[in-house]
Write a protein that binds this ligand. Structure first.
Ligand SMILES: C[S@@+](CC[C@H](N)C(=O)[O-])C[C@H]1O[C@@H](n2cnc3c(N)ncnc32)[C@H](O)[C@@H]1O
Length: 427
């Protein structure tokens, strides 16, 4: 905890040593490899924390004890202490410029108000909010990057306005409600990292009725793809290596290349149909239990004859004001043809209605690339599909029981009279 006395960070030194086993954090990957190694010896105490709770506000949920901060969570936060991931995120201009534009678009709401930045990292979004005229910003981060954020804040003479709290949002305490919650919580396939749960916790603990959440909603999409270059490069390559038949390597190559989801950039040309909405998230109303498992059934009709290599996933988020939020207007999804995620809606439409001209941060293949790229689940063997051929099945994304930052993916697909199942884990 930094700054004002009376704000607790929830962190306490602890003599207990962690196991020597290294665990992956489940956070975003830096280019060139996976991040995160196990941090040495500190963890959240398990004593009971007092929660500020406004009894006058019917919308406030009764606060439950926060989930324990597991070794996996510690590894996750440790991964965010590395400068590389913050550099990559901040250099992602699509991401950072859209957040700044969204903050400035809502300047009249933010001016003179209290903001909480859930997972402030280096503090960049908190500083944008201060520049937009926020009265006070609580910049919360459980990673040691909060130490740097505090230095950045001081160096920019914003220590009066921005209070950096080094701790989990689930554990810190503040003595007032907030008007605005801002957070960059989106992981690969939107839900990987499971950080949205922390935004829900912050919302339920501190957001005033009528308050603003940025981003306000998010949508995860999937679509079938063809990617012959990728398949040839990783698999077909083994058929003739310097004139040697290395086909004996094929099975292993498929297993190694395609067992886990791949974070890669594709283009609109790889995509065989309009996408299907896997999940629409309204940040004003989404509940924790909705995130434990997300299921959808899909049905696509291929727009061309091509080898089907797998499915691509991407997401977008919108920055609506509170009055434009689908929740507050009690209207369904802004996405046409996607009103019910649990049923086949026929062939999905791609373009959003977006009547509010909300800013959209998109990670779609046809849009400018971001550090999220797209997530690909490849089949071990391609399926030859004809134009108009149906590709259908179901998908379940669930938080791993072992480490809720990881995501279990159960994919069923059938086409041309054959059915398949693929299980994978995003870790
Ligand atoms: C994707 S980064 C975003 C950083 C910064 N807001 C930005 O936009 O550059 C997410 C940050 O949230 C922090 N974080 C994730 N879950 C958190 C939690 N429950 N409490 C506090 N910080 C959290 C991570 O440590 C990480 O620094």
């Amino acid at each position: 905890m930094y700054g004002i006395t009376g704000y607790s960070n929830g962190y306490h030194q602890n003599q207990q040593q962690h196991s020597s086993e290294e665990k992956r954090g489940g956070g975003r990957r830096r280019r060139g490899g996976r991040r995160s190694r196990h941090p040495p010896g500190f963890r959240v105490s398990d004593h009971h924390h007092h929660y500020y709770n406004n009894d006058d506000d019917d919308n406030k949920q009764e606060q439950k004890a926060p989930p324990p901060c597991t070794d996996f969570d510690m590894a996750y936060f440790h991964s965010y202490a590395h400068v590389g991931i913050h550099e990559e995120m901040i250099k992602d201009r699509v991401r950072t410029d859209t957040y700044r534009a969204a903050i400035m678009q809502h300047q009249s709401f933010i001016e003179g108000k209290v903001v909480m930045d859930v997972g402030c990292g280096t503090g960049i979004l908190s500083i944008f909010c201060a520049q937009a005229g926020a009265k006070r910003v609580y910049a919360v981060d459980a990673s040691d990057i909060a130490l740097q954020a505090n230095e950045v804040v001081k160096a920019n003479n914003l220590a009066e306005k921005i209070i950096v709290l080094h701790g989990r949002v689930e554990d810190v305490e503040i003595d007032e409600e907030v008007d605005v919650i801002i957070s960059e919580w989106m992981g690969y396939m939107l839900l990987y990292e499971s950080m949205l749960g922390s935004v829900i916790t912050a919302r339920d603990r501190w957001l005033k009725h009528g308050g603003l959440i940025l981003p306000s909603n998010a949508t995860l999409y999937m679509a079938p793809i063809t990617h012959p270059d990728r398949y040839n490069d990783s698999i077909e390559f083994w058929r003739n290596v310097y004139g040697i038949d290395m086909s004996a390597m094929l099975q292993l190559a498929k297993q190694c290349a395609f067992e886990e989801p791949c974070v890669e950039t594709i283009t609109g040309e790889n995509v065989l149909t309009w996408p299907h909405v896997v999940k629409h998230v309204d940040c004003y109303t989404i509940q924790h239990d909705e995130l434990e498992s997300v299921s959808t059934r899909y049905k696509f009709q291929s727009m061309m004859r091509a080898p089907l290599h797998g499915f691509a996933f991407w997401f977008d988020v919108e920055f609506n004001g509170p009055t434009n939020s689908p929740t507050n207007n009690h209207i369904p999804s802004l996405l046409t043809g996607a009103s019910n995620n649990n049923h086949i809606d026929g062939i999905q439409k791609k373009k959003r209605a977006n009547p509010n001209e909300a800013l959209v941060l998109s990670t779609a293949p046809e849009d400018p690339p971001t550090h999220w790229q797209q997530t690909l689940i490849y089949f071990y063997d391609p399926i030859e599909v004809e134009q108009d051929q149906i590709i259908e099945g179901s998908l379940t994304l669930s938080q791993s029981k072992e480490n809720r930052r990881f995501m279990n993916i159960h994919l069923e697909y059938s086409s041309g009279g054959r059915s398949y199942v693929k299980e994978s884990v995003m870790r």
